[in-house]
Design a protein around this ligand. Sequence first.
Ligand SMILES: Cc1ncc(COP(=O)(O)O)c(C=O)c1O
Length: 399
Amino acid sequence: MEIHQAMTEQAMKFSFYPAHAFTNTAFLELSDLVVSLAPGTLKNNSRVWVTCTGTDATDDAVRLARQYWVEKGQSSKYQVISRWQAFHGNNIAVAGFSGLTGRRKIFQPMYIDSPHIPPAFCYRCPYEKTYPQCNLLCARALDTMIRQQGPENVAAFIAEPVVGAALGCVPAPDGYFQIIREICDRYQVLFIADEVMTGWGRTGKMWGVDHWQVTPDIIATAKGMTAGYTPLSAIIARDDIWAVLQENHSPFKAGHTLNANAVSCAGAIAVIQYMQKNHLVENAAARGDQALARLQKIMDARPTIGRISGKGMMFGFEFVQDKSTKEHFPPNKKLSSMLEWAAFDRGLITYPCTGSIDGVLGDMVLLAPPLVITEQEMDTLLEILDQSIDDVEKQLGLH
Ligand SMILES: Cc1ncc(COP(=O)(O)O)c(C=O)c1O
């Protein structure tokens, strides 16, 4: 109610203003609020750029990285290194540095050169090692890639703290992002955290990176910032990055007609204040623990669930044909979609994903319930999920 009210009040004042020529109070208030909530050393030491979608945010994050290096006189730095099995959005440039094979393939000839390193995915370790004896080779691969490309050519590394759609909610192992941070610092590469899905309490902490106390140079964020009430996204970047552009009198070369829309900014402020007043981040953490505990029981009891993973209100699981070998089901069976429809019929929306093995094979399911969910509602959700998995197993003739 208070969110609708804040947006309505703003709309009654004015809805549109050209952001290239004016600013507005809602945008300024929102920026101050975001900066006060930013993680680590970005807190009260960063500036905010507000745009429309998550894709705009990741696109603008790499634009800022590129423009920063150009303004600093290091114009050879342009490459964005990312990871396979990662999703950063849906325009041609962003899909290029995303690592979601199924969505990349047909546009492949249109991408610019974006090197990818393997994902941090212990269940199907790309190096066939076991954590922590693996020495986090998946993080150290960034060091190798930067040296192969030449640090003088690399502008930024982008990663999701918890991989969402491309892996079905897989958090990085402890220590991963600390190594990433060290490597980025060593080679003067900006670390961009894609917090489009993980930001604003979804993982049980305000930011995904808060789980490892690592501060990125730039954050791209969206979704939970307005809880779906209205389109809005943002980048948060270190003050001194923006200062370089400012000193050179060089405006940020990005922007859309509806950037920093006043009604959306008012909605975002109201959403963030609602989250704070109702302790939704804490609720996400508690309900996430509840979900993972029950999912563990479901996995133990069910022959087809090989892996559960997640943090807070972002969790998922993977179907396998054989738990000991992790053998996947034939892709034409479309396990994740079977589960989607079984759950949908019972009133539960799930997100089917594929590609955990090689970007194409492997059936995962992602769940991202609302942060306001109660303990009882979470029980109901998990009960429906269990019944839906049972349904899929019956369809497979496993009972
Ligand atoms: C991690 C991540 N980055 C970027 C995006 C793109 O956001 P949008 O769909 O708002 O463009 C998404 C969307 O799901 C996402 O999950």
